[in-house]
Ligand binder design. Sequence first.
Ligand code: FDA
Length: 393
Amino acid sequence: MAMTYDVAIIGAGAAGMMAAFTAGRRGRSVVVLDHAKAPGEKIRISGGGRCNFTNIHAGPKNYISENPHFAKSALARYTPSDFIALVDRHKIAWHEKTLGQLFCDDSARDIIRMLLDEMRAAHVELKLSCEISDVAKNLDGFRLQTSDGTVLARNLVIASGGKSIPKMAATGFAYRIAEQFGLSVTETRPALVPLTLEPNLLSSLSDLAGVAVEADIAHGKTHFREAMLFTHRGLSGPAILQISSYWREGDEIVMSLEPDRDFAEILKSAKRDNGRQQVQTVLAQHLPKRLAQYLAETHKLERPLADLPDKALVALADQIRGWRLKPAGSEGYRTAEVTLGGIDTRKLDSRSMQAKDVPGLFFIGECVDVTGWLGGYNFQWAWASGHAAGESV
Ligand code: FDA
C-alpha cells in the first residue's frame, strides 16, 4: 500500500525541517525522508558545536549567485529576527560573537531539538535511514520508490543539500533530480574551504603552520577582514574561507597582515629611536613572532635597523601590506562548508522556490545556486528558503 501525503520532503537538514513544520502548521500532511540515521547532522557539527544559526546583518549582499536578485524575496519574508523569535520561544540561550554572528550558548543540538519539536507539533512524519531509489511524476503528483515503500505526494520538496562533506551523507541527489525534470545546474565547486599551496611555496612557509593573524584578504575588488591561519596544507581561517568562494584556479590573492598598522612608519621610526634593534624584534611587537622571523629572513634583513636603508624597510612593509600569493587549489568537498552554485535559479520562482515548469516540485537550501558568506548566512538561507516553500506547498 502506498503512503499518501500532501508534501514529501527529501532531506531532514536545516531547510527541509523548516519547510516541513511550516507546511505542517498550515494543515498539510507532510513526510520528511532522509537516508541518514539522524536529522540535522550538519547543524550538529556547525559553529564548532554551537551552531552559528543566523547573522543579524543577513541580506542579499551576503550571498553569491548567478542571479543576485533571486534570494531577496525569501530573505525579506523570513528574517533573522523571525528565527531569533523562534529560538527565544524555545528558551534557547544565545549570544552574538562578532560581526553579527549568533551562536547557541550551550549546544547546536538545541537547534535540532527545537526543529524536531516544531515538526512534532505540526504532525510531520520523519523517516530516517530511508533510501530513495526512484522519483516519477504523474498527473496527481509524485511517486517515490523508497526503502520504506512507495510514497505518493502532491508536492515534492528537494532539500538534500550540496556536495560538501560526503562522509556526512552529502550527495548530488538534488542536481540529479533537477536534471531529470529539465532544470539546469550551474557550475558547482567547494566553497568556504581552506586553500592549498604548491609544494615549494608550502615548504618555504612550513615554519608558519599554526600561526594566526588578523588580515584583509583580497581577490580583485572583493575583500574580507578577519583572522587567517597558516596550516600544514596552506591557508585557512575565516578570511581565507570567505575569499575561497570568489577565488578561481590560477588567480592570485593579496594578503594585508595587521592592516591597521603602517609597517613602513613603524620600522622607520624604530630605526630613528633605536637603530640597534633587529627588524624581527620590531615586527614581533605587532605580528606573531614566527611570522616576524620569517619575514625578516626571507627579505634577508636579520640585522640591526641602523644597517638597513629605508628602501629595504619599505619593501618589507609593502609585502606585509600587499603579500601576493597564488594558491594551488582548495581542500575540496572533504572540508568545504558549502557548495557554491547549484540549481539554476532562472528556473525557480523566487517567492515559492517552485520549479516554474514543473508544478509541485520545489528546491530549497544549499542545493540552490545561492551561497552565503561565512557567519550564519547559510543557515539563514536554509531557514528563509525552507519557509518560502513551506508557505507555498
Ligand atoms: P543539509 O546538508 O543540512 O541537509 C541535507 C539533508 O539531506 C541531510 O540530512 C542529508 O542526509 C540528506 N540527504 C542528502 N542526500 C540524500 C539522499 N540522496 N536521500 C535522502 N536524503 C539525503 N552554516 C551557517 O550558517 N553557520 C554555521 O555555523 C555553519 N557551520 C558549518 C560547519 C560545517 C563543518 C559545515 C560542513 C557546514 C556549516 N555551515 C554553517 C553550512 C550549513 O551547514 C549548510 O549551509 C546547511 O546545513 C544547508 O542546509 P540544507 O538543509 O540545505 O542541507
